[in-house]
Design a protein around this ligand. Sequence first.
Ligand code: MN
Length: 382
Amino acid sequence: MGAFLEKPNTEKEFSEGSGNGLRYGLSSMQGWRVEMEDAHSAVTGLPHGLEDWSFFAVFDGHAGSKVAKHCSEHMLHEITSNPEFLGSPKIDGKLNPSTDAVKEGIRTGFLSIDSKMRDDFARTEDRSGSTAVGVIISPKHLFFANCGDSRSVLSRKGQDKPAFSTEDHKPGKPNELKRIEKAGGSVMIERVNGSLAVSRALGDYDYKNNPKIPPTEQLVSAEPEVTVIERTDEEEFIVLACDGIWDVMSNEELCQFIRSRLAITDHLAEICNQVIETCLQKGSRDNMSIVIVTFQNAPEVSQDALTKERELDALLEEKIKEVKENFGDQTQLDLVMHVLGMADIPGLPPGGGLSAKKGTIEEILSRLIDRKQDEDSSDEKW
Ligand code: MN
């Protein structure tokens, strides 16, 4: 679904911030798509006295951006203001929700925002929908919520594989397929009724029209899968990203890449930008959005990693010079990437590979070409 541009729109929107012992960065890029339909939320300090709680989410819209945008602005309120969440006892005027209350509050929030939007948007001919993946971080717990095929991954210290990942809601998944068929639908080419590529989403009311069954049993359901994980001292970071990222990087690759970049820079927005650039280079054709949240035990910038990165950059410069000697002044970036792609280059960023160094390669190449031009023009003077 959705048309493509002739050239990707590579402008990035990015920012970073901190609070509650967490730091976060986020970035998004329209990429090859004609429209930008992703949205996100990043909030440290929640209402009802929950100043030490935080909320992060990514919403990947389809067939328009209206539902995604609305959810990014109102989902948190919808979760924290419903009776399931608010009915919890207060201690010293501060809400003290049990894990069950938070879980149920998230579930109710997703379902109620979906039904309110239906009423609000009914008159507007809007047919858009959106995935949602989010995490509420309390001092003791992580509450992951997923609806659709955006994904969140948790990385813990000393573990090569992610400690946790949300499960994508694809129509072919046994539970999803069962619900779709029971609701009178079918799955063709891995899509609901041969059309929608996700089996759970906010919006998409064309798939929620069977008056005989409740919202959670429709062809497409807005019910989130909620997972509670107790915090330890071992959390490094959480990543939330849409399928534009996950289409071209696995959970392991992205975690490895982020971990390696955290040793090079403490600018989280910069790391998010690098992930997006890398995914574009790896061939993602979709809108891309990513949020990275780091905990106090996240890897820190290390002299060793910086030295190794400088050595890598020096090696790349040598290789680029060789390519330039072979191919002359007409050497283009694409050609350099192609030739280097066939070479054995040690020390490339894990999970990102050569794609992750495209920006650096571009800089080196243009510096070499500038230097050549300077030399040529000074030759002329003599
Ligand atoms: Mn997408």
